[in-house]
Write a protein that binds this ligand. Structure first.
Ligand code: NAD
Length: 275
């Protein structure tokens, strides 16, 4: 049965791939992104391949913008059946320069050098808002369509950082831990009204938001990029397509008893102790 699938952050690398995969299954797709041109490009790609999609500019941090998007989706496609909360990311202001604090760092006066003690609350808040509030608000707006119907679900995007935080990115790690926790909370809260809530915990995928941290300008891996590969038993980064089968599985009607789970898709990263 054709469903209405709403994806936030779907102009981005991972969720555009999911959007196209849902379209190939015959579903109607609402591609939401802060950047209208990114949303339109993905929607146009889907339409040019024979699918049904609309691109909508929508900010996951502004309820009014989400409500306007919902109104347009309801008019053009119908009630929302599936919501993928894909918008998310990190920010340099929520990131320390080095993985570990050394005593001499306390006197480091280099412009831009940041220890834990220098982290800007505004940067921390930006990252918390984008990942956590940016998951909560779209769910408040779109899951209203799902209450009391069948075959509806929400899929959140957590991260490896939710299990064990990566060095340097405390805000992103804690925000994704909140997303995993919220996934379980909401699964319980909505369990009596027919709405399932699950999450993916992707490992490491090379995208625009982490490329500079993981690769050098010549394409070779940074020290951090190499550390990740060394900690990934499969020895490679994920490809966006690696997320597709689990995404479709979690949102499928045949998964009707699956709710409150967070599934790692990480080439074994979370299973490996490093020894
Ligand atoms: P991406 O940067 O390619 O896509 C994110 C998209 O979100 C962008 O198109 C951006 O315009 C949009 N966006 C940003 N702020 C927004 C806002 N306020 N409202 C609406 N849209 C907004 O990133 P990606 O790698 O495709 O990430 C998708 C999700 O997967 C994110 O939640 C990310 O944290 C998560 N994730 C990524 C990785 C990885 O390795 N890339 C790993 C684990 C989890």
């Amino acid at each position: 049965m054709s469903k209405v699938v709403v994806l936030t952050g779907a102009g981005g690398v991972l969720c555009s791939t999911m959007a196209k995969a849902f379209a190939q299954q015959g579903h109607k797709i609402a591609v939401l992104d802060l950047k209208k041109e990114s949303a339109d490009k993905v929607a146009n790609d889907i339409v040019s391949e024979g699918g049904t999609a609309i691109g909508i500019a929508s900010n996951v941090l502004e309820v009014e913008s989400l409500k306007l998007a919902k109104q347009e989706i309801n008019e053009k496609l119908g009630l929302c059946d599936i919501l993928i909360n894909g918008a998310g990311g990190n920010h340099p202001l929520g990131t320390t320069t080095n993985p570990h604090l050394l005593e001499e760092d306390m006197d480091n006066k280099i412009e831009g050098f940041k220890t834990f003690f220098d982290l800007d609350p505004a940067g921390i808040k930006f990252v918390f808002d984008l990942n956590f509030i940016g998951t909560l608000l779209p769910t408040q707006v779109f899951a209203k369509d799902m209450v009391g119907r069948t075959g509806c679900s929400v899929l959140n995007i957590s991260s490896m950082n939710a299990y064990t935080p990566l060095t340097k990115i405390p805000a992103y790690s804690a925000a994704k831990a909140a997303v995993s926790n919220f996934t379980q909370w909401l699964a319980v809260h909505l369990s009596k009204v027919g709405v399932r809530v699950n999450a993916l915990a992707p490992g490491f995928f090379l995208t625009e938001q982490n490329r500079a941290l993981l690769t050098n300008p010549d394409g070779s891996l940074t020290q951090r990029g190499q550390q990740i590969i060394d900690q990934t038993p499969m020895g490679r980064y994920g490809k966006p397509e690696d997320l597709v089968s689990t995404t479709l599985f979690l949102c499928d009607d045949n998964s009707s008893f699956v709710t409150g789970v967070v599934i790692p898709i990480d080439g074994g990263f979370s299973a490996y102790s490093g020894v």
